[in-house]
Design a protein around this ligand. Structure first.
Ligand code: NCD
Length: 331
């Protein structure tokens, strides 16, 4: 297995280590660019664990961050808000339910409006795949994708990679099984892109109805038998059944789904003895994962994933606004 190509030693003049204006997906990022964001996030973990007085840095002071979430969210919205505030930005959350979107305003008009308010960074979640790229094309400031349809959720993949790297000491060479509703999952897509780029062996595991056709072209192996799919895996990443994206009978009852694809303590015995259990949340306890497994501090990294989310989002907000802030070497 080849090592991750190192960051080019001499960055050509005018090109900084993360030459992207937006973060709309993992697609298009070089492996060393992913590693650069993970390295940048490390510094914020310690700061976030510090005392209330120490938990701030003011590098985004004076900048306006708009969070426009057109879909429900708990962790992603809160952690983007906390991340911006810890860095000193003025953070504004657009209340979509009370916005003109409900009066039929188009996405483009909303984007133009946000732009006219001189936002310095916009974070968007939208139910339509590709909506974030559309907005990124229309505004002058960096745009971060907080999840678009079933397409991508890049900061989730980054926080997952950071969690794995910290708990396992590496990503390269690990076997990661991504299990459940892969078909509707932007988390699965972004994780497949990032983990294969970082040279992990990725398996997708789930019922045939919930595995996208031709997903093997993304460099993963496909398993419809749960026990076989997690056998010997170093990381078992569970996904929620995304019923809001299902318009029909993709799965039998939640009970039957649990019997075939639910992660129980017994099932977990198939994986490596020290396998790490992950879940992006929100969890459906008793459906895709049992509480005993989810709440086992030795095996489950689920709360750590949430913690890493703040650090990763601080890193992304910092890195993407460097050009705008005129940081030396980035202007
Ligand atoms: C995920 C999402 O919204 O894509 N949650 C998250 O961001 N932590 C997964 C899900 O909704 O199941």
């Amino acid at each position: 297995m080849s090592d991750i190509a190192p960051r080019p030693p001499a960055t050509p003049e005018g090109v900084h280590p993360f030459p992207h204006r937006h973060l709309t997906g993992i697609q298009g990022l070089q492996p060393w660019e992913i590693m650069f964001l993970l390295d940048e996030a490390e510094q914020w973990i310690a700061l976030n664990r510090g005392s209330a007085q120490a938990r701030h840095d003011h590098r985004l002071a004076g900048l306006t961050q708009i969070n426009a979430f057109f879909e429900n969210s708990t962790r992603t919205l809160l952690s983007f808000e906390i991340a911006g505030k810890r860095l000193g930005a003025d953070v504004v959350n657009m209340a979509v339910a009370q916005s003109s979107v409900k009066k039929g305003e188009t996405l483009i008009d909303t984007a133009v409006t946000l732009n006219a308010m001189h936002a310095d960074v916009i974070v968007i979640r939208h139910e339509a795949s590709g909506a974030v790229d559309l907005i990124a094309d229309k505004v002058d400031c960096p745009v971060l994708n907080a999840g678009d349809g079933r397409h991508e959720h890049p900061t989730q993949a980054l926080l997952d990679a950071l969690t794995i790297r910290r708990r396992k000491g590496r990503i390269e060479g690990l076997t990661v099984a991504i299990c459940g509703d892969v078909l509707h999952s932007r988390v699965a897509r972004s994780n497949i892109l990032s983990l294969t780029a970082l040279n992990a062996q990725v398996r997708v595991v789930g019922p045939p109805t919930l595995i996208p056709a031709a997903i093997d072209r993304m460099g993963v192996s496909v398993h419809t038998d749960f026990d076989e799919g997690i056998a010997g895996a170093d990381v078992v990443m569970m996904l929620r059944l995304q019923r809001e994206r299902m318009a029909g009978g993709y799965v039998p009852s939640p009970r039957e789904y649990h019997a075939l694809y639910g992660l129980t303590p017994d099932r977990l015995k198939q994986a490596a003895p020290d396998a790490l259990v992950m879940h992006p949340g929100p969890m459906n306890r008793g459906v895709e994962i049992d509480s005993v497994v989810a709440d086992d501090p030795d095996r489950s990294a689920i709360t750590e994933q949430v913690e890493m989310g703040v650090a990763v989002r601080m890193a992304c907000l910092d890195v993407l606004t460097r050009t705008r802030r005129g940081v030396e070497g980035w202007a």
